[in-house]
Design a binder for this molecule. Sequence first.
Ligand SMILES: [Zn+2]
Length: 212
Amino acid sequence: MSIKIESKITAYEVAKPEDEAKKESNVTAIAPLLERDDILVGQTYKIKTPHSEHAMYITINDVIVNHGEASEHRRPFEIFINTKNMEHFMWIVTLTRIISAIFRKGGDITFLVEELKAVFDPRGGYYKKGGKYMPSIVAEIGEVIQKHLVSIGMMEGQLQTEELIAKRAEAEEKLGKEGVANGAQCDKCSAMAVVRLDNCNCCLECGDSKCG
Ligand SMILES: [Zn+2]
């Protein structure tokens, strides 16, 4: 590396090797980022919201970590979102860059799902095909990431305890599909799945229950 000297030299000092060593020891080691292979496997998910006439295509590519070892597993490396809708272009680029950067840092990334799913659109949410309420497009992107993490075994899907399965059946019988779809938001898991059953507010997603 060369440095251009712009001002007049008035004094000088010869750098000693130990000064260099001191400088180097100030460097804090950070965990290495995940490395990208030339070819990645991935999945593309389509989401279509009533807020926009164009669909969104979300691609999540994975890397294989610890290839050939017993601990070999897939984990997401990057996310791309394609849409013809230019209205959202700037924040989508921002979001995909930040999410990809978090993917590459490694470690636990499931918190991303909770954060995104808790985002509300002040203009109001919408119902997906099948009746599930989405509080915003961002929340649906969170849901897509969750679906992907479940598919590669990094996250548990919908809890399937006997108690919850029974509660879901009971809720559908008493409140109907419409009533179940109109659940309130859960304080614990952020799902729009809290319904009133037997004088209790019960979340059909995580089982959290408050009675009285
Ligand atoms: Zn819940």
